[in-house]
Design a protein around this ligand. Structure first.
Ligand code: ADP
Ligand code: MG
Length: 291
């Protein structure tokens, strides 16, 4: 391949908002046969809204939201933004804060340790007892496509908050384009199986891996590669960075986190999956004319 022709390809790419790290990237693109997609912020808008607030006995829904909003204040996750806007008012200021990518957050608020995140994580990692009634409620919400966050303070369960997200308008068309380009789509998410299957059904993906930790996302890419697949990964989060770096072709969504963009070969400025399909088609055509 002549460098000049490859650069023409990357120049056209930039007109479409396809930012390519270097001309060698186009060569990687041509080989790809599998496209792994993150859910939140990649297939979906990543603009979540709170659908259900369900506080434990002795706690009001408002108090639950207030505590959750305080704990989530330092997080950039869509879950955190959803909780902040549902709460609206002033939240307690955290004395300390730590975010656990793919799981949730912990913060010290008003002298108490508050954790908010995946129900299993809150239960297993923080030894919080989740009453059976709430586990049942969480299962129902998840089966309907919701993401459930459990909240606890000093080891006591305070309740659950469910959020949901909508699919980007072009995602289903883009999945169909990937198939037409001979790519096998795989949905890979840290979210629960119910929410994952719900979104996969809406966009036409039949291969789903849910409840996957950030380290698990990396393993999933390596597994596909060792079975002989050449893998593109599309993602936007801190939790996707290791997988994006390991993929044969890492593609970051423009609105995503700096970590995802830094780990990727290509950034799609608009965050539109149809443009990802354009990028793959463009690189194949560009290389076709060079040969
Ligand atoms: P995805 O792979 O869909 O982008 P993540 O890996 O970011 O999802 O998150 C996986 C799960 O971890 C979320 O569905 C949520 O349950 C939980 N989680 C992640 N970040 C937070 C947070 N800031 N607050 C509460 N829960 C969180
Ligand atoms: Mg994401």
């Amino acid at each position: 391949a002549t460098p000049t022709a490859l650069l023409v390809g990357t120049g056209r790419g930039s007109q479409l908002g396809i930012l390519i790290r270097g001309p060698q990237v186009l060569e990687q693109t041509r080989q790809v046969d599998t496209i792994v997609l993150d859910k939140t912020g990649t297939i979906t808008q990543g603009a979540m809204t709170v659908t259900t607030v369900s506080a434990a006995p002795g706690v009001t829904d408002d108090e639950l939201l207030r505590i959750a909003a305080g704990a989530e204040w330092g997080s950039e996750h869509p879950v955190a933004r959803a909780i902040a806007s549902a709460h609206g008012g002033a939240a307690p200021v955290a004395e300390s804060f730590a975010s656990h990518a793919g799981f949730g957050v912990q913060a010290v608020l008003e002298g108490s340790l508050v954790v908010a995140g995946r129900p299993e994580w809150v239960q297993d990692q923080w030894s919080v007892h989740l009453p059976i009634r709430f586990r049942g409620e969480a299962e129902v919400l998840e089966a309907a496509g919701g993401t459930v966050i459990a909240v606890a303070r000093d080891g006591d369960f305070l309740g659950i908050v469910a959020v949901s997200d909508t699919v980007k308008p072009t995602s289903a068309d883009a999945i169909a384009r990937f198939r037409a380009l001979g790519l096998r789509p795989v949905l890979l998410t840290g979210d629960n199986a119910g929410a994952a299957e719900h979104i996969a059904g809406l966009v036409g993906i039949d291969e789903v891996r849910a409840g996957v930790t950030p380290a698990g996302k990396l393993d999933a890419i390596r597994q596909l590669q060792s079975s002989g697949r050449v893998v593109a990964m599309v993602g936007d989060g801190v939790n996707d960075a290791a997988a994006l770096a390991a993929a044969d072709l890492g593609i970051a969504m423009g609105g995503g986190t700096d970590a995802a963009i830094a780990a990727s070969d290509v950034t799609i400025a608009s965050g539109d999956l149809l443009v990802v399909a354009d990028a793959i088609r463009l690189s194949r055509r560009t290389l076709g004319t060079i040969k």
